[in-house]
Design a protein around this ligand. Structure first.
Ligand SMILES: C[S@@+](CC[C@H](N)C(=O)[O-])C[C@H]1O[C@@H](n2cnc3c(N)ncnc32)[C@H](O)[C@@H]1O
Length: 321
């Protein structure tokens, strides 16, 4: 039975349980964004879940939770499903019947050679709108690639550097600048944890402060941590108590503080990673002061090289600090 009180109690919680059973109790049109990173049926070693279903069993199960995700998403809301391309082709066929296709985001993720096949080098993230005409969507930007030491742009841009956006390009549907977590010191005891700034990018793109983000396969909490850091409300579900405990432990250390001034942004290793295009005007004064200048004030030559990105007046502002 659908229950408003049950739903209210879930907000800002991570609960242990079967996601299908949980979502079936949530009323229609309740959350602003749903994101699912389900088991990929690749025989991974999870705690509780057995990752080796028969094809039909896996597909039928996936259709059930995908249907629930769409149902509980608000009319202006977005639905994301992360998986390997093979399964996404089936999911897309189903999703096309119940939601509006927006993008297949190719997330660059090189793997080891597998022999007699093209080497898989991306995961897909299906991006659907519950209703494309009503979708909440913000254009986002990522930083230009720069030399780590000297801040100089790595890309040539065919002599058109002057016309570039000072922060960086608009994000396309191919993401090559966010990498999978490779080092064990950065990961929990979970076979396939996603990077937090990947989730932050999706959240900045389709939600506002206080909106509700739901992840039915939350694992060790990437989505809910991203949501909390960005001042969104969240609901996380995982069948495995161990992962739920890890997530709750990590969440207790997090604050809603991924901000510059009063603008929500995504950071990675202390650098701004993703911003909303519409926030640039508010951000730029902080950006000049707190980011490039601090790093390069020791070496004037480098300052000038970076400054060529900005207009003359902006360079003056720059060098006055
Ligand atoms: C690919 S992992 C998700 C990883 C997550 N995105 C992260 O970054 O940590 C899939 C998760 O789904 C959980 N799971 C499997 N079956 C489930 C079910 N029926 N309901 C809820 N969670 C389930 C597994 O325990 C596992 O943690």
């Amino acid at each position: 039975m659908r229950d408003k009180e049950f739903f209210k109690d879930l907000i800002n919680k991570v609960i242990q349980g079967d996601c299908l059973e949980m979502m079936q109790k949530i009323p229609d049109n309740s959350v602003d964004m749903t994101f699912a990173d389900p088991p990929f049926n690749l025989k991974k070693r999870y705690g509780k879940y057995k990752d080796n279903k028969e094809f039909n069993e896996y597909m039928n199960w996936c259709k059930e939770w995908i249907y629930e995700m769409v149902r509980i998403t608000k009319p202006a809301g977005s639905i994301f499903v992360h998986n390997i391309p093979k399964w996404l082709t089936y999911f897309a066929t189903f999703l096309n019947e119940i939601a509006d296709f927006k993008h297949w985001i190719g997330w660059d993720a090189p793997t080891a050679p597998m022999g007699k096949t093209l080497q898989p080098a991306h995961y897909g993230i299906l991006f659907y709108a519950k209703n494309a005409k009503r979708l909440k969507f913000y254009e986002i930007r990522y930083q230009h690639k720069r030399c780590r030491k000297c801040e100089v742009l790595l890309k040539d841009y065919g002599g058109k550097k002057d016309g570039l956006h000072p922060f960086g390009p608009l994000v396309s549907d191919v993401w090559t600048d966010i990498h999978r977590i490779k080092h064990n010191k950065y990961r929990d005891k979970h076979p396939c944890q996603l990077p937090v700034h990947l989730m932050e990018r999706l959240i900045l793109m389709t939600t506002d402060e206080n909106d509700i983000v739901l992840d039915p396969f939350v694992g060790t909490g990437t989505t809910v941590i991203a949501a909390k850091r960005l001042g969104r409300r969240y609901i996380g579900i995982d069948i495995d108590e161990k992962y739920v405990n890890i997530t709750n432990g990590k969440l207790s250390e997090e604050k809603a503080d991924s901000k510059i001034g009063n603008v929500w942004v995504s950071f990675y290793l202390g650098k701004i990673d993703t911003i909303r295009d519409k926030d640039w005007d508010k951000l730029k004064k902080h950006f000049y002061i707190s980011y490039p200048v601090k790093k390069i004030e020791y070496e004037k030559i480098k300052l000038v090289r970076t400054a060529t990105l900005f207009s003359k007046n902006e360079i003056k502002e720059f060098t006055n600090h």
